[in-house]
Design a protein around this ligand. Structure first.
Ligand SMILES: [Zn+2]
Length: 386
């Protein structure tokens, strides 16, 4: 094991040890990172969340001002509740060349490589700076990075290219889909279940709406075909549902959450528009015959923009050069890259680990992937000091 390999492992063990599930504070992790940077003489800026419980971190190695290369990762991870783990998810454990723990793959492995490379970047006469960008609340709609992005080019430097180190197996990703999240609430009327005709069954109406969402989704699949994506079309999915009080009461309310994952080229508002037309024509007239209070309301719950790298993107060119990859790929999951790109920072996604292990029980990153990421970062240091 090389010195840099053991440093990566120590740093990863530390990062995994902080339970930064999105619902919890990440301030201890951010303080650890800030101390690590400070021990190498690097100052960092924290961008606090509105409630003060979380923070982004921005730090620069090398010169001041705009330009330079951003290395970006999120500090939060998904919950372990309900998953069966072989070992403690917050205690980094090695088995057969793989390092297990929550966030190892998505995406503390990348952060550990970046932090382990700080002495290397510091030791070089960098012609342009390296910026370290760490966010919170990526896993709950990429909301945490937005206040930091708003400051780029204002009181924080705007990198000329950003590498988002999400797990791609070090492949170079230049496009991803978009997410729009919704909550639909059905209001009906309560009644004794022996006389259902006096009530309006909110669960039954919700079931009809969900059936329509599935039908609309299947229809999209027959109309779109972009072979860069897997699956090659936009998709819909219902994620949660709640409703009803008891088996013998016609339920008054039911609500469910659902989302549309759209191809970058697709019109994202089509499904909610068609669903609303279905509600108005097929469901509401009947429901309102029983009670005027019957309602179906769909509320947008936030979106994550699609990512499409600009033609001749300097970020994509850099990642291709550093990995030696011949071609780029597209993915169906979302990242912060679309937000950076929208804000005028050309971005690319390239990082260690396989997305198949992200969010799963027994999440791991292989040591070989961390080595490949360290080689990538060394190549970046060479490139920037050439
Ligand atoms: Zn991630």
């Amino acid at each position: 094991m090389s010195a840099s390999e053991s440093t990566v492992r120590e740093l990863l063990a530390k990062l995994v040890g902080f339970d930064t599930t999105s619902a919890k504070s990440n301030l201890d992790l951010i303080a650890f990172v800030a101390d690590h940077l400070k021990s190498h003489g690097i100052a960092s800026t924290r961008v606090r969340s509105p409630d003060g419980d979380k923070a982004d971190l921005f730090a620069t190695i090398g010169g001041k001002g705009d330009g330079g290369i951003g290395l970006s990762g999120h500090s939060d991870c998904v919950p372990v509740e309900g998953q069966r783990w072989t070992s403690d998810p917050f205690n980094l454990t090695e088995r057969a060349g793989k390092l297990y723990g929550r966030g190892t793959c998505d995406m503390k492995g990348f952060l550990a490589c970046v932090l382990a490379s700080v002495p290397l970047f510091k030791s070089r006469a960098l012609k342009e700076p390296v910026h370290i960008i760490i966010s919170y609340d990526e896993e709950v709609g990429c909301t945490g990075v937005r206040p930091l992005i708003a400051r780029l080019g204002h009181d924080l430097p705007r990198p000329r290219a950003i590498i988002v180190g999400e797990p791609t197996g070090m492949a170079v990703i230049d496009a991803h889909k978009r997410i729009d999240a919704y909550r639909t609430r059905v209001t009906g009327r309560e009644a004794h279940s022996s006389m259902p005709e006096l009530g309006v069954n909110a669960i039954a109406a919700a079931a009809a709406l969900i059936g329509e969402i599935e039908r609309l989704g299947a229809n999209i699949g027959t109309k779109q075909n972009d072979p860069r994506f897997e699956p090659p079309f936009s998709t819909v999915s219902v994620g949660t549902i709640q409703g009803g009080t008891a088996a013998n009461i016609v339920p008054k309310t039911c609500e469910f959450q659902w989302q549309v994952r759209s191809l970058p080229s697709a019109a994202p508002a089509e499904v909610p528009r068609d669903l609303s037309a279905f509600a108005k024509t097929a469901l509401l007239p009947r429901m309102r015959q029983v009670t005027k209070e019957a309602a179906i309301d769909t509320e947008a719950q936030g979106s994550v923009p699609a990512f499409v790298a600009a033609p001749a993107s300097p970020a994509v060119a850099l990642a291709l050069e550093l990995t030696g990859a011949q071609a780029t790929q597209a993915v169906s999951y979302t990242t912060e890259a679309g937000l950076f790109e929208q804000a005028g920072c050309p971005s690319v996604i390239c990082g260690p680990g396989n997305i198949a292990q992200a969010h799963a029980a027994d999440e791991y990153v292989s040591i070989a992937q961390l080595d490949a990421c360290m080689a990538f970062l060394e190549g970046l240091a060479n490139r920037l000091s050439r």
